[in-house]
Write a protein that binds this ligand. Sequence first.
Ligand SMILES: [Zn+2]
Length: 339
Amino acid sequence: MTDRRRRPVRRATTLLAALLVVALAAAAPVLVGPALLGPGGAAQAATTFRSPLKAETFYTSSMYGPRCLPVANASAWHPAIDLEAQNKAPIYAVVGGTVTHAVNPKNGNAGYVMVKSSVGGVRYDVVYVHMAKATQYVRAGKKVKAGQRIALVGSSGPATSPNLHLEVWKGGYGKTHINPSTWLGAHGVSIARARIFDQGVRTPTSCTYYVTASRLNIRSGPSTGYRVLKTVSRNTKMISKPGKKTNNFVPVTVGSTKGWASAAYVSPTKVGSSGTTKVTYVVTHDTWMRTGPSTGYKHVKAVRKGTRITVVYAHIKHSRDVSVGGKRGFLLDTRLRRA
Ligand SMILES: [Zn+2]
């Protein structure tokens, strides 16, 4: 059975589940006892939750927990989930609340929107990151409802491709970050069911980084105040650990030297002489660009033999996540050769 055939069934199940949730929520005040009644005897309204992106238009690339840096300056402990989507896809508020921040990208920092909510009497701040224009639809002080469009997906700040980085803070921003996927799941929004697929990156036991600067100092501690143990050149391989970053320095082992390297000059892949990843592919046969990394996924557009591919976001399951003529999608490795 192909993925395509399975999808409608899955969608029907999801719809049924959603209807059940709605039915149960509607029935709840009648069924429950005084435990859920407020001081005045009124039942607390059930809080509505919605998916942050339209179902089956995104995939997950990084889940909550320790990771290797996917790009220079990224966080090593990922307090969020990353949902890869088309650039400018609408982002919806997962829960209603008040916008506390709508901040546009500046000086290399990502644009973001933060919404303050109360769920079961507890404060939660939900942060939506990487949009190109955070103030397009909302401003600080504005009230938003669950499911309301609040921004469009972008790739501002440290990001390898357009994605929504979603953080949830219990007790308010800066208190305790929690797993957004688990939290949404507990409120009836399953990221696992809504995504097209998971890129399936498990936390590795070690991280491999390459130096992007022409020369980089390996120091004895995590700041420029520590002494230089060794100076290495571009594309030198460094071994590090997932989840480890202090003061924007990562602990590294280079040959027999153990020290610290600035996270501003590391890349998970080798780089070209300009310091950016540069790969060009040529399409070898007329083919389809699809929404996911196998022939079971829907067509995005036809791609002709001889088309040159210069924008490659990721390599996933024998295919590449690419951009062709402004459209994003997947091409099978068997239809590509290096230029
Ligand atoms: Zn992220």
